[in-house]
Design a protein around this ligand. Structure first.
Ligand SMILES: Nc1ncnc2c1ncn2[C@@H]1O[C@H](COP(=O)(O)OP(=O)(O)OP(=O)(O)O)[C@@H](O)[C@H]1O
Length: 253
């Protein structure tokens, strides 16, 4: 469904690379986590999939189509995009934020309201309470849910999520991770999720690609990485969730 072939991005004419020779495949209905430290090239990689950034070289296909052949605006309407700062419009109601793109496409108001209500209920923001609020009247976690609902409004088959849970407290993050997983599975979404949190990648992803300095160091399922990190850096990233898991198990024994 999503394929990156030998993708590179340089901002300075080839002297250094934000992303270097990255090749990845995400099968239909699966979740790929791009995991790595700050500046490792995760966001740049994900933004090349919806053409917010153009690669210096390499090719990308989404659903069998070369994305360079597609109009970027049309492409972005078909790909859900959730990011940490969310970008809700403050003067609009929650419902209008969710269906903004549909309004631009000329969908009538009554239909938009019905869609907004259904999506808000889906992300556990009961529409009777939340549809008419302004974004400033929501908590950070609730705003992130609106961001999800908005990304789902165009019924995308592909979803890109850039650190969607990064700014949330651990309990809210956990709840939203589980809800995302439920929605992703029930809609059969193909997703790429950027994270620096190994525990999140282990929990949510079918495949994890570990990035460092613009390159993919290791690709594998959570089980494959746990059984064989294959690299010192990957092993170090796995240490924290492993230690936490063991500690909790010991304490509850
Ligand atoms: N517009 C830009 N111009 C020049 N360099 C850039 C630009 N955007 C990103 N970079 C550089 O590209 C590299 C990769 O950045 P990127 O945002 O992809 O990293 P990241 O892994 O997503 O990091 P973080 O977790 O901190 O968001 C960094 O060294 C960054 O400084």
């Amino acid at each position: 469904m999503i394929e990156l072939q030998d993708i590179s991005k340089s901002w300075d004419g080839g002297r250094s690379f934000a992303v270097k020779n990255v090749s990845l495949q995400v099968p239909t209905g699966k979740v790929l986590a791009l995991l790595g430290g700050s500046g490792s090239g995760k966001s740049t990689t994900v933004k090349m999939i919806n053409r917010l950034i153009e690669p210096t070289s390499g090719r990308i296909w989404v659903n069998g189509e070369d994305i360079t052949q597609q109009d970027p605006v049309q492409l972005r309407r078909r790909i859900g995009y959730v990011f940490q700062s969310i970008g809700l419009l403050p003067h609009m109601s929650v419902a209008d934020n969710v269906t903004l793109l549909l309004k631009l496409e000329g969908v009538p108001a009554a239909e938009r309201n019905a869609i907004a209500n259904r999506l808000l209920d889906m992300v556990d923001l009961p529409s009777a309470t939340y549809a008419n609020r302004r974004p400033s009247e929501l908590s950070g976690g609730q705003r992130q849910r609106v961001g999800f609902a908005r990304a789902l409004a165009a019924e995308p088959k592909v979803m890109l999520l850039d650190e969607p849970f990064g700014a949330l407290d651990p309990v809210t993050r956990d709840t939203l991770q589980i809800e995302f997983q439920k929605i992703q599975r029930s809609l059969g979404l193909t997703a790429v999720i950027v994270t620096h949190d190994m525990a999140e990648a282990l929990l949510l992803a079918d495949v994890i690609a570990v990035m460092n300095e613009g390159e993919v160091l290791r690709i594998g399922s959570p089980r494959e990485l746990l059984q064989n990190p294959g690299d010192d850096y990957v092993a170090r990233l796995l240490e924290t969730p492993r230690r936490h898991g063991e500690l909790v198990r010991e304490l509850s024994a």
